[in-house]
Design a protein around this ligand. Structure first.
Ligand code: PHE
Length: 437
C-alpha cells in the first residue's frame, strides 16, 4: 500500500472543470446532435433531459458519494462500503474504462491529425478518401500512439499537476470556442434550414424502446457514468464539497455543450448544401462532411475548421484523461504501484488493445457498442442497487457540504426503484440488439 497521503484537488473549480472535462467529449460533439436529428428534434432533447435528470444525475451523485466517502478508486471504494462481494462491480468499471480508453484514443488520434493538418494546409480535396486513409491502417495507429503518449504524460503528472492543471486551462477555452463557433454559424446564409433539421419535432417519430435506449446510452456515455470516472475524480475531493450541486453543474454544462454543438454543426452543413451526407451513422459526418463545409468557406473555413477540431481535441483529451485515470488509480491503490509505473504499463496495455480498432473500423464499432450501450448501463444498474439498497446510509455522506438540500427522499426513491427498473429493461434490450435477437 502506498503510504503517501492521497492527492486532492487544489480548488472546487479544479474538481468541477476536471469532471466537466471528463463529461464533455466526442459524445457531445457528434453523437448528441446526430441522435437528436435522427430521433425527432426537440422531442428527443426533452426525452434526453428527462432521462438525464431522473437517471443520470442520481447515478452521478451516487458515484460522487461513493468516491468522496471512501477516498478510494472503484474496486477499493465498493469494497469499503459493501464488502468483498461488491468488488466484481469495481472490476467491471475498470474493464469498461480499459475498453473505452482503448478505442477512444484511436478517434482522438484522428482528431489530433485533423487539427494539425488543418493548421498546415487547410481542408479540402476528396475528404472521404482522406478519412479512409486517416481511419485505417498504420496511419491510424501512429496517431493513436501520439495521442496516447500525450495522455500518459498528463496522467503521469498526477491529479493536481496533470489533470487539474490541464482542465482549468483547456475547459474554459473549449467553452469560449464553442460559443464563438455557434455565433459564426448563426450568420451563415442558408443555415436556418440546419436548425430546423436539428430541432424540429417530427410528429411521425414514435417513442420506441430503441429510441429510449439511445437516449439512455447517450446520457451515460456523455456524462462518463457507469464506469467509475466520476467516482475516481470525487475520491480526490475534500469533505466540504456540495455534491448535489456539483452533479447538477456537471450535467448542465455537458448538456449545454452538446446542445450548442448541434447549433454549430448543422447550420454549417446545410449552408453548403451537404445535408445528403448526414445520413451517415458513423463518425463520418464529423470527419468527412464538415471538412467539406470548411473547404467551401474559403479562407475563413481554414480558421473555423482548425478551431472546430481544436474543440474536438480538447474534449476528447480531457475525457481520455479520466478514462486512463480510473485504470491507473486502481493499480496504484490495489497493487501498490507507483503512479509512474502504473501509467506506463497501463498506457501501453490500453494502446495495444486499441490497435485492432485503429486498424479496422468495424472492430471499433463493436467495442463502442459493447462498452457504451451494454457495460455502462450494467455499471449504472449496479451502482443504483448498491447505493439504494446495500450501502449504509448514503444520505448521511451525501449531505456533508450540502445541508440545505431537501431532495434526498427523491434521490433514494429514484435509485431504489426507478433507475433499476428502467436500466434492467434497457440492458436487456441492448444485449438483444447486440446479439441480433
Ligand atoms: N463522456 C465522454 C464523451 O462524451 C466519454 C467518456 C465515457 C469519458 C466514459 C469517460 C468515461 O465523449
Amino acid at each position: 500500500m502506498a503510504s503517501k497521503p492521497r492527492e486532492q484537488w487544489t480548488s472546487r473549480a479544479g474538481f468541477i472543470l476536471a469532471a466537466v472535462g471528463s463529461a464533455v467529449g466526442l459524445g457531445n460533439m457528434w453523437r448528441f446532435p446526430y441522435l437528436t436529428a435522427k430521433h425527432g428534434g426537440a422531442a428527443f432533447v426533452l426525452l434526453y433531459v428527462t432521462i438525464a435528470a431522473a437517471i443520470s444525475v442520481p447515478i452521478m451523485l451516487a458515484e460522487f458519494v461513493i468516491g468522496r466517502g471512501s477516498g478510494k478508486s472503484p474496486v477499493a471504494a465498493l469494497r469499503h462500503f459493501g464488502g468483498d462481494r461488491w468488488r466484481p462491480l469495481g472490476w467491471l468499471f475498470v474493464a469498461t474504462g480499459f475498453l473505452i480508453v482503448a478505442y477512444y484514443t484511436v478517434i482522438s488520434g484522428w482528431t489530433l491529425r485533423y487539427m494539425l493538418e488543418g493548421l498546415w494546409r487547410g481542408f479540402g480535396g476528396d475528404t472521404r478518401a482522406h478519412f479512409e486513409q486517416v481511419a485505417t491502417g498504420w496511419d491510424a495507429v501512429g496517431w493513436q500512439v501520439a495521442l496516447a503518449t500525450i495522455n500518459v504524460a498528463i496522467i503521469a503528472g498526477g491529479v493536481k499537476a496533470g489533470i487539474e492543471r490541464m482542465s482549468v486551462v483547456l475547459m474554459p477555452l473549449l467553452f469560449a470556442l464553442v460559443a464563438a463557433l455557434a455565433v459564426y454559424a448563426a450568420f451563415l446564409p442558408g443555415g436556418g434550414e440546419g436548425y430546423r433539421y436539428y430541432l424540429q419535432t417530427s410528429s411521425t417519430k414514435a417513442l420506441t424502446l430503441s429510441v429510449l435506449l439511445d437516449a439512455a446510452g447517450q446520457a451515460f456515455f456523455s456524462l462518463s457514468l457507469g464506469m467509475g470516472a466520476m467516482l475516481t475524480y470525487a475520491s480526490y475531493l475534500s469533505k466540504e464539497e456540495n455534491l448535489p450541486r456539483s452533479a447538477l453543474i456537471v450535467a448542465g454544462a455537458d448538456f449545454a455543450v452538446a446542445l450548442v454543438a448541434g447549433l454549430v454543426v448543422f447550420p454549417m452543413i446545410f449552408a453548403f448544401g451537404l445535408q445528403a451526407d448526414v445520413n451517415d451513422s458513423t463518425t463520418g459526418a464529423l470527419f468527412i462532411t464538415l471538412p467539406r463545409a470548411f473547404a467551401s468557406m474559403g479562407g475563413t473555413g481554414h480558421v473555423v475548421g482548425v478551431l472546430f477540431f481544436a474543440v474536438l481535441l480538447v474534449g476528447a483529451l480531457t475525457s481520455a484523461m479520466s478514462l486512463l485515470e480510473v485504470v491507473v488509480s486502481t493499480a496504484i491503490d490495489g497493487l501498490g504501484w507507483s503512479r509512474r509505473r502504473a501509467v506506463l504499463v497501463l498506457g501501453l496495455a490500453t494502446t495495444a488493445l486499441g490497435v485492432p480498432a485503429a486498424l479496422d473500423l468495424s472492430v471499433l464499432d463493436v467495442m463502442d457498442k459493447l462498452a457504451g450501450n451494454v457495460m455502462l448501463l450494467i455499471g449504472g444498474l449496479g451502482l443504483a442497487i448498491f447505493t439504494g439498497w446495500v450501502m449504509h446510509n448514503p444520505v448521511a455522506e451525501a449531505r456533508r457540504g450540502a445541508e440545505a438540500v431537501r431532495w434526498w427522499p427523491a434521490w433514494m426513491f429514484l435509485l431504489r426503484y426507478v433507475v433499476p427498473a428502467v436500466l434492467a429493461v434497457l440492458v436487456w434490450t441492448s444485449i438483444r440488439q447486440l446479439l441480433g435477437w
